[in-house]
Each structure stands twice: as C-alpha cells, then as structure tokens.
Design a protein around this ligand. Sequence first.
Ligand code: G3I
Length: 355
Amino acid sequence: MSYRFALTLFALIFSFGQPESRAQSTVPARALKDSAKFPIGVALNVGNAPGDMADIREIAALINAQFNSIVAENGMKMRFLHPAIDTYDFAAADALADYARTHGMILHGHALIWHHDYQLPVWMKNYQGDWQAMLRDHVQQICQHFAGKVKSWDVVNEAIDNKHPKQYRATLFLEKLGPAYIEQAFIAAHEADPAAVLYYNDFNMESKADKLQFMLDMVDDFQRRHIPLHGIGFQMHVSVDSPAIAQIKTALQAVAARGLKVRISELDVSLNQQQRAASLDPALAQLQKARYREIVSAYVQSVSPAQRGGITFWGLLDKDSWLLDGKPYPDWPLLFDDKGQTKPAYFGVLEGLKE
Ligand code: G3I
C-alpha cells in the first residue's frame, strides 16, 4: 500500500466524526495567535502602492482575530522601497507598519536583498558604481527608516543555488561582490538597527540535505566570525506528503542546536502539484490537516521557546496563494477558504500548537 493511499485511507476513516470535516466552521475554537506562545503571522499582498491598505478591509477582521504578526508578501521588496538610486519610497510600507502598530502586531521585513527579477530595481541591474557602498546604503537607509517599526528582517533571501546546493546562487550580487555580500548585508543591517532580529531566509533547506548543510556551514562560519546573523527562516513551501517530517525535524533541530532563532517564514501546503484533484474533497482536506499539524508540532518540539521566531503562513485565503498564479490547475494551500471560512487545515495548526 503506497504512503499516499495509506494516508488517504487514514484520513477517510479519521475524518468521520470530526465536526470540521463535515461542515467548515466559521467560528474557530480558539484563535491561532492565542494558541501559540510565539508569533503567528500571515503574508499580505499589500504595501505595493500607497493606499492599497484599503485592499485588506474585507479581511481585516479575520487578520486581526487570528494573527499577531504580518509581512508584506511583495510590498517591502527591493524595488518598492528603493525605486531609484536616490529615491526611497516608504509610504505604502509605512501604512502597513502603522496597521501593525495599531493592532499590536509584529511587522516582519521581507526582504532587503533578493535576486528575483520581479523585484530587483531596474536602476540596480544597470548600476556601474561602487557596489559595496551602494548595497550598504540600500540596507542601512531601509533599516534606519524602519527601526522600531520592523522587528525582524529577511536580510538575504535565497542566496544558495537550489539546483547545485553546494554553492551560492549566481546572482547579480555574487557577480559584483562575491559571497561577501551576504555578511556585508548583515553587518550593515545590524549597524543601522541593532535591535532588529536578522534572518537568512531560504526554501528547500528542509528537503535537500546538501542545501541544509551548505547553509549550516555558512552559519558556522558567520558564528565563528561574529557576523550578526540571528536566525534562519525556513520558507517551508511544502506538499502534503513531501518532505518527510523526520527531514523537517532534522533541519529545524540543526539550526536550533546552534542557538539561533528559527522561523517557519512562508508556510503553505500544496495539495495539487500532480494536478489530479479538481476540487478539495474531505479526504484531501484531512490529509492537509494532518500535514499542517505535524509540521507545527515538529516546530514546537524542535525549537525551544526562546528561539521561536514564529510561524508565518504565506497568504490568508486559498485564492490569494502565489501557488495559483498562472497555473492551469486549482490548489488549496492555506488555512482559510475563499470565503474566509476555516478549513480542516486550520484545526490541524491548532492541534499542532498544543503538542
Ligand atoms: O502587480 C502585478 C499586476 O499589476 C500584474 O497585472 C500581474 C500580472 O503580470 O503581476 C502582478 O505582479 C505580480 C506580484 O506577485 C503581485 O501579485 C508579479 O507578476 C509576480 O511575480 C509576484 O509574485 C510574487 C513572487 O514572490 C515574486 O516576487 C508572489 O506574489 C509572492 O508570493 C512570492 O513570494 C516569494 C517570497 O517573496 C520569497 N520566497 C518564495 C515566495 C514564492 O515565490
């Protein structure tokens, strides 16, 4: 019997009698943020343009009820905050910071340095001057502006080559400065805002042993040289049955063993990468619930309370997920359906938080 079939069988047997599997509940048993002893966050696709905070009006009640941490899915990426070499635009992100402060939430900053073309400022792609001074200024201007408003930063995102995970990714920053750009970014951020908690953020470190080891070697080197890297963000964009929970635990424990903070920074559980499902049936929903539960439980068991930077879900409603962008098939990766109703996955997180 295949693992997936066994899981499905288990889910079918287990799902009967579970109140949420029969009717989606819109009145959660207990809010996520009140059930965790660490930040529980959500990525919001706002902050991209001044005034777009109004876009979250219809979901604000749900955000405020469930979460105590937020992050801009895109709006605090490089080209939004630094659109021209001598221009910083903080208006939209300041509105998000005000929202967080007003509602007693943490604002996590994502991301000071990332290679992805969508958010690389055009001027930076063509920059011909002193790259070290320019990137230092980029990081420091932003960190100084948000000091006291942003509690933690993804200082560098996805610097390790995912296809060849025993080397750094060949980015514009690596080309211009070599691997030193990474430590330079952390040093600059720490000088600009000594109170900010500084993370290295990446994906597949929980599924690729070589990528995990390469990151750990970087961390060990930074710790030897007292580079101010305070934590690791595991994006954790996973599927319902991969990677194995044992591998996830190994990865989380390896970072925790180094005394660093650990964030699950972009959690979602895709259900339809094989494009087999046309709709979210109860058995699949129960599989997703079990998956969310085991990941959250693994985090609680693997990371000490003092080291828990928190768990952030990469979107609120299923329809908001980046996983649907441009895809010809549906998916249901998050905790709330398109109407904002709790899915079984939500209860899986609650159960994982109690373990
Ligand atoms: O805003 C434009 C819109 O005007 C245009 O009509 C539309 C179609 O071209 O594109 C819209 O911009 C899109 C943007 O998301 C806002 O929705 C971009 O094309 C699209 O590339 C961008 O994707 C984001 C992606 O990062 C690239 O920055 C996703 O929303 C976001 O979820 C994703 O998040 C990343 C993390 O930052 C890092 N970890 C991986 C994660 C998933 O890729």
